[in-house]
Design a protein around this ligand. Structure first.
Ligand code: SAJ
Length: 440
């Protein structure tokens, strides 16, 4: 079959939603994506190496906060969504979307093991007419320089026999306003045929598709988005440390600055930057830029400042205890919130891990309460969330707010705590005496 016949055939199948869709990686990106495709009528098969996740999907049991339980159950019940660990079934797919993790190694280098392993599986079962789209956040060049050669090792050519694109995920976990369906989506491919079929596929479920001329442009767009956040968060974190020395409130200054109706956007300090995106993705770009003999200084500096924040929080806590004649050793610290951001249950890369590790290193006794995270095992810790009672709060020599979850009784904390270090300005919303509250 000629290239344009393959394009026409795939376009027809996409338009009719008869194209079989495979989603590799059923995490916070893959499962919402699979559900959206199922909801418009595609028959979707999820692929995951985690047999438990596969079983949960096949039983219609949701495990991703951004997916509605009833949507998953309904699609599985209709036979529009199922899952498997059997990678040989990739051969049945017309479109394969990859949403696997892109972590960093210990020395902040890209770790593409998951993308490469999945691409090898796809290449093994590759057949003419398939579209492969990478959604994982990665450095510019991954799709064309890493994936394409592996796929063409099958003897099939990208752009003629099969199609290859990059469409970076834009999922903001916990964001009820912007979902997989209504978030503008960037799609890029390095040949016209791949671009045509990829754009048609994404336009079936996403209201606004932003087309770029290459996979690398799409990859760079996403790492820029996250670098933009990392740099701006680092800027307000740096300002926080300066305000601490100047005896000024960074929260007051930022609130005043963000009253400007143009030319600025709100970012707020915190105990560090967590999650599987912001602390990691910019370093993918930093690593690739070196290949062009280019030092991305903003990325390096932002990472350095954001990674320093846990140390700043613990140093400030040490000062507070010392002012009351207490040393860290033997002091009891109650941490409020360990998830990496508000109102979610994900503790991955959470700065709370490093904060708690540093407290323990100074021989403070640390306990935590988090309504969304019952068990916290980051950085080798093994802690369980304690019930938030008046007694627990009074027992603490210092309460440290690390995550600004809504589902915490901050009025009780303000009433019962001896002293509070608030790294998230949560007490701004609480009508209670503030004499025992110190802001980051
Ligand atoms: N943070 C601050 N101050 C801020 C904003 C965030 O300290 O002003 C911290 C958060 O507490 C968190 C970390 O930074 O620990 C990351 O926060 P985030 O809001 O960027 O949350 P993520 O990583 O779950 O989601 C982001 C998306 N967020 C938004 O656009 C609001 C977006 O950058 C990406 O779509 C997504 O990562 C991704 O998957 O790349």
């Amino acid at each position: 079959m000629q290239e344009n016949q393959r394009v026409c055939s795939l376009l027809d199948a996409i338009e009719a939603t008869t194209a079989r869709v495979g989603v590799v990686g059923l995490g916070y990106v893959g499962l919402p994506f699979a559900v959206e495709k199922g909801k418009v009528g595609f028959k979707v098969l999820g692929f995951d190496r985690n047999a438990l996740r596969v079983e949960k999907v096949n039983q219609g049991q949701n495990f991703i906060g951004d997916v509605k339980d009833e949507d998953l159950a309904s699609l599985v019940g209709q036979g529009l969504l199922s899952a498997t660990t059997d990678m040989s079934r990739l051969a049945e797919m017309d479109v394969i979307v990859i949403a696997v993790p892109t972590p960093l190694t210990k020395n902040l280098n890209p770790d593409l093991q998951y993308i490469e392993a999945v691409t090898r599986d796809i290449a093994h079962y590759l057949r003419p007419g398939q579209l492969i789209s990478l959604e994982s956040t990665t450095y510019p060049g991954t799709t064309d320089e890493i994936m394409k050669p592996i796929l063409e090792g099958s003897g099939l050519l990208v752009g003629r026999d099969v199609f290859l694109a990059h469409s970076p995920e834009r999922v903001d976990p916990g964001n009820a306003r912007y979902t997989t369906k209504n978030t503008n989506k960037v799609v890029g491919a390095s040949d016209p045929a791949s671009r045509e079929v990829a754009v048609a596929f994404y336009r079936k479920t996403i209201q606004h598709v932003v087309v770029v001329s290459s996979a690398a442009a799409a990859e760079l767009t996403k790492v820029f988005e996250n670098t933009f956040r990392a740099v701006n968060i680092a800027l307000v974190n740096e300002l926080t440390m300066l305000c601490d020395r100047m005896g000024l409130s960074v929260w007051e200054v930022l609130d005043a600055a963000f009253s400007k109706p143009f030319g600025i956007m709100p970012f707020y300090p915190g105990p560090g930057v967590g999650g599987h995106c912001i602390p990691l993705d910019p370093h993918y770009l930093e690593w690739k830029a070196r290949e062009y003999n280019f030092n991305t200084r903003f990325i390096a500096l932002a990472g350095e400042i954001n990674r320093h924040m846990p140390e700043f929080v613990v140093e400030k806590a040490m000062r507070l205890l010392s002012h009351r004649g207490k040393g860290m050793k033997g002091s009891r610290v109650l941490a409020l919130g360990v998830a990496y951001k508000r109102d979610i249950d994900d503790p991955r890369e959470s700065p709370a891990g490093e904060v708690i590790r540093l407290f323990a290193k100074h021989q403070a006794e640390v306990v935590y309460h988090d309504p969304h995270v019952a068990h916290f095992t980051e950085l080798g810790l093994d802690l369980h969330s304690q019930p938030l009672t008046g007694e627990e709060i009074r027992r603490a020599d210092l309460v440290v707010v690390l995550t600004d979850h809504v589902a915490v009784d901050y009025a009780l904390v303000a009433r019962e705590a001896t002293e509070i270090l608030d790294t998230r300005n949560v007490f701004k919303r609480v009508d209670a005496p503030k004499s025992n509250i110190v802001m980051l």
